[in-house]
Each structure stands twice: as structure tokens, then as C-alpha cells.
Write a protein that binds this ligand. Structure first.
Ligand SMILES: Cc1cc2nc3c(=O)[nH]c(=O)nc-3n(C[C@H](O)[C@H](O)[C@H](O)COP(=O)(O)O)c2cc1C
Length: 209
């Protein structure tokens, strides 16, 4: 017998833990504005339970630093917040960055092959939130910020702890279903790590999720 398509599912936001019913995950979490892909489906048998692993959703045990990723194409400049960043090797200095395919930044980086990575300071939680919860597809996120453009044309917001300018090695790009893993060589940069860096945990605590 064909399965009926009227089932309503229960979804949990992996960032703040709030729940929502629906056929699909909510486009945005009503509490913290996280996007649909940050929601996980709660299996029917677990809907009334608080599972131990739920405390770890969002993987705070993999607490990581937060960065602003800047990109540009023609006269479009854009910045998003990103935590999925890691160093790959020293010489040449390479980084790996994972970007959701829905993000405007994804399309700009894929097209041009360049981006900037700017480490945030602990006092920049609200900036992380603004650039991480709004899309350049809907708003010009840079209009109320001062920034500089590096050689590749990518922006770096003033007040960050410096930047790395990165060139994608397209041959090493890995496509997943929802995200792309970009491997990039650091071609320029300037850092002044004179203040502590903002982490995912700091961010969550500041916003009291
Ligand atoms: C703390 C935090 C960390 C984030 N980390 C990532 C990430 O690692 N990769 C990603 O694709 N999006 C990440 N995001 C979500 C993007 O910043 C968000 O989808 C943004 O609106 C994309 O902007 P754009 O469409 O202008 O590129 C993060 C958001 C926040 C608040």
C-alpha cells in the first residue's frame, strides 16, 4: 500500500535545542534563527525522551573558533560567519572550509576561487550572529560596517584579529549533499592575535541559547 504523505515530524534545532513540528524542518528556528539544515529529525520513539546525546548536538565538544568569511564577485561583496574551518598543513599553509550550498558565499567562492578568513575576538559575538543569521541573498550585510578589500577583492571587516587571504585549490574541492569542502592555499594575510578568539561556546553563551 502506498505510504500516506500527511505525516508531521518533530524537528530539533541543533544549535539551541528548540523543537518544531512540520513536514519539513522550519526555514528558520523561531528562537535562534538557525537555518533548516541545522535541524535534526527526532525519531518517533524518542519524541518524549530527553536523550543523553542531545546535550551534545551542535557538537560543543568540537568547540571551534569563529571566523568571518569574505567573498566577492564583480561589485557584490559578502561576508558570512563560519566555524567549520581547520588548518591542513603548514608549508604551504592550507586551510579547509566547509560551506553550505545555499549560502551566497558558496556561489561567490566557487565562481572566483578566493575568500578571506578573519578570526573574531570574544567581544564580537553579535557580529558573528549578524553575519551568520542573515544572507547576502536578502540583505546587503556590509552596508553598516567598515571594511577593507584585499588584493582578490574580498572584504575583511574592521575590528577582526586580522585575516588570511585564501585561494581555492579546485582540484581538491569535495562536494557533499548539502555542503562543499573547499581546500585553499593561504596566499597573503596579516594577523594580530592580541586578544582572545571567539569560540562557538562563547557565542552560544553570549546569546544565552
Ligand atoms: C556561529 C555560526 C557558525 C556558522 N558556521 C557555518 C559553517 O561552518 N558553514 C556554513 O556554511 N555556514 C555556517 N554558518 C551559517 C552561515 O553563516 C549563514 O548561513 C549565513 O547566513 C550565510 O550567509 P550568505 O548567504 O550571505 O553567504 C554559521 C553561522 C553561525 C551563527
Amino acid at each position: 500500500m502506498a505510504q500516506k504523505n500527511w505525516q508531521i515530524y518533530l524537528w530539533r534545532c541543533s544549535l539551541c535545542g528548540s523543537k518544531a513540528y512540520g513536514k519539513k524542518p522550519p526555514a528558520q528556528c523561531s528562537k535562534c534563527n538557525s537555518e533548516a539544515n541545522r535541524h535534526v529529525l527526532i525519531p518517533k520513539q524518542d519524541q518524549n525522551k530527553t536523550l543523553d546525546f542531545e546535550k551534545y548536538l551542535g557538537m560543543p565538544s568540537l568547540n571551534s573558533f569563529l571566523y568571518l568569511v569574505g567573498s566577492a564577485l564583480d561589485d557584490k561583496v559578502n561576508v558570512m560567519c563560519c566555524n567549520s574551518v581547520t588548518q591542513i598543513n603548514f608549508c604551504p599553509l592550507r586551510v579547509a572550509v566547509v560551506i553550505n550550498k545555499n549560502n551566497l558565499s558558496h556561489d561567490l567562492i566557487k565562481e572566483t576561487g578566493f575568500f578571506t578568513l578573519a578570526p573574531l575576538t570574544k567581544s564580537q559575538g553579535k557580529i558573528a550572529h549578524f553575519f551568520g543569521r542573515n544572507s547576502g541573498r536578502q540583505v546587503n550585510k556590509l552596508e553598516n560596517y567598515t571594511y577593507k578589500l584585499v588584493n582578490s577583492g574580498c572584504p575583511v571587516i574592521d575590528g577582526c584579529l586580522g585575516y588570511y587571504e585564501c585561494e581555492v585549490e579546485h582540484g581538491s574541492t569535495v562536494e557533499f549533499d548539502s555542503h562543499t569542502l573547499f581546500i585553499a592555499k593561504v596566499i597573503d594575510g596579516s594577523l594580530n592575535l592580541n586578544k582572545p578568539q571567539l569560540t562557538y561556546d562563547d557565542y552560544k553563551q553570549e546569546l544565552r541559547f
